[in-house]
Design a protein around this ligand. Structure first.
Ligand code: EPZ
Length: 439
């Protein structure tokens, strides 16, 4: 009985687990948060770094990896490709010496669209890859045209067949590529494709996120030659071989930002520990504009909420601008502002899903195109609400913390994709929050 049979069994067990994980989170609002919260490793840094293990033979060790559903998904995919993957709490080890499969199937890719990041490494190491197209998600179409255009520029031939990308290349050849959009995933895919290419590659108009720098640092520790990460131009000199590495994952700036907003929202006093304030200048600046008191220490930030939440406008932009992943959380703060706040979402075309649920809690928000006009109200009111995507779910938790009465957030498996034990962390900050099974 072949591997496919056992793969399907594993798939149905995973499906059952997903279905039974319809937990809900119950919050009694009105408590000011206080105390210290320790930030976990960054989901969006860990995902590409775990994938980079495909580029070398030998044992890689990654520390401070957050325990998340998205991390489980990428581990499952890497194991499916032939890597040996193990995790002990927040330490993950991966040995891709046994890499023997170039197909990333729909069942695995559909669960987590960042799976498309295996495309570049597979073509680079095996000369071919067949990866299911990730498709869109709740927040937008999420195309990968720039990933594919860049791989073609590096000499890969690309075909789209039956919902899959089929890429082949004898050997990738360094070239000069301009990205139409500073895509985070596209930058990561092309960096990982270029490090073993023949010759030099220049990537222009790339993403500048801290997660890009973290990936470049990891690749360089593996023996690559990647210069300029964090700026708009990255220069890569192709090398013959890469070697396994042992690295820690950087802190999650979006988790840290989420707790900063929670402290301001609840007029609390919270120290956000084990974060990197340098990664969060736009969020710090915006929160200061709303009146929160922010004290920056070396690897922590203290946030004290103000009596009056001042309304402030915000535009989401590529890093170092205000992050789109903080838009939903910031909207909850503005829902209790003293005036009107204009929020413009400029990265994704459908990232206001949380608004309808916030309406049910009494928020006064009007959407017109990519602009949300948020009129501050005196109170939000607890209600049963439904989580729909990762950051929208976080905004519902925040709304529940401040709402009068009880809020029940259903389908919290969305939260588990990107927040490690969020209800436990909020409980340690004095909030009245518990997680119960919804079945
Ligand atoms: C990464 O997604 C993050 N995910 C997202 O975080 C984050 O919101 C996003 O970057 C923007 O900062 C991970 O890192 C795993 P993009 P990614 O490619 O790489 C367009 C979260 O909540 N685009 O930078 O998929 C695209 O449509 C998640 O943690 C193209 O047009 O984002 C979008 O408008 C959500 N063609 C814009 O670029 C392409 O080929 C930014 O997308 C690729 C992207």
């Amino acid at each position: 009985m072949g591997g496919r049979f056992f793969f399907r069994i594993r798939f149905h067990i995973a499906k059952f687990k997903e279905f039974t994980q319809l937990d809900k989170i119950i919050i009694q609002g009105g408590v000011s948060l206080s105390g210290e919260v320790h930030i976990s490793g960054s989901k969006n840094a860990a995902l590409p770094i775990l994938v980079s293990s495909l580029l070398a033979d030998g044992l890689n060790t990654y520390e401070k990896v957050p325990c998340l559903r998205d991390i489980d998904s990428i581990k499952q995919l890497l194991a499916h490709l032939g890597a040996k993957v193990e995790q002990d709490q927040n330490v993950v080890t991966i040995d891709a010496s046994g890499l023997n499969n170039s197909v990333a199937p729909y069942d695995l890719v559909r669960k987590m669209r960042a799976s498309i990041l295996v495309l570049g490494p597979l073509v680079s190491r095996l000369g071919k890859a067949r990866v299911s197209l990730p498709g869109g998600c709740a927040i937008g179409a999420r195309p990968i045209n720039i990933h594919l255009k860049g791989l073609e520029a590096l000499g890969a031939s690309i075909e789209l067949k039956h919902g899959y990308v089929e890429a082949t290349a004898k050997r990738l050849l360094g070239t000069d590529i301009y990205l139409d959009v500073p895509t985070v995933g596209g930058t990561e895919n092309l960096m990982m494709a270029a490090v073993l290419a023949k010759g030099d590659t220049v990537l222009r108009n790339v993403a500048r996120e801290p997660e890009i720098i973290a990936l470049a640092d990891t690749l360089n520790q593996m023996g690559a030659d990647v210069q300029g990460a964090g700026t708009s131009v990255i220069n890569i000199k192709g090398v013959k071989r890469l070697y396994p590495v042992s690295v820690p994952i950087i802190p999650d700036r979006i988790e840290a930002g989420t707790f900063m907003v929670a402290a301001a929202l609840t007029k609390g006093d919270v120290r956000i520990c084990r974060c990197d304030p340098d990664h969060m200048r736009a969020v710090i600046n915006k929160l200061k504009q709303t009146g929160a008191q922010i004290d920056i220490e070396r690897s922590s930030i203290r946030v004290r909420g103000a009596e009056i939440i001042k309304s402030a406008d915000v535009k989401t932009l590529p890093y170092p601008g205000f992050p789109t992943d903080m838009q939903a959380q910031f909207m909850v703060l503005m829902a209790l502002g003293d005036r009107v706040s204009l929020i413009s979402e400029n990265i994704f075309e459908n990232r206001y899903i949380h608004v309808s649920e916030l309406h049910r809690m009494g928020a006064d928000i009007e959407i017109s195109g990519n602009i949300a006009m948020v009129k501050g109200v005196k109170n939000l009111y607890g209600a049963p609400v439904m989580a729909t995507d990762l950051r929208a779910s976080a905004s519902l938790i925040l709304a529940g913390l401040i709402a009068k009465g009880e809020t029940v957030v259903h389908r919290v498996y969305h939260l588990d994709r990107g927040y490690e034990a969020i209800e436990k962390k909020f409980a340690l900050l004095n909030s009245k929050i518990e997680r119960v099974s919804d079945s």
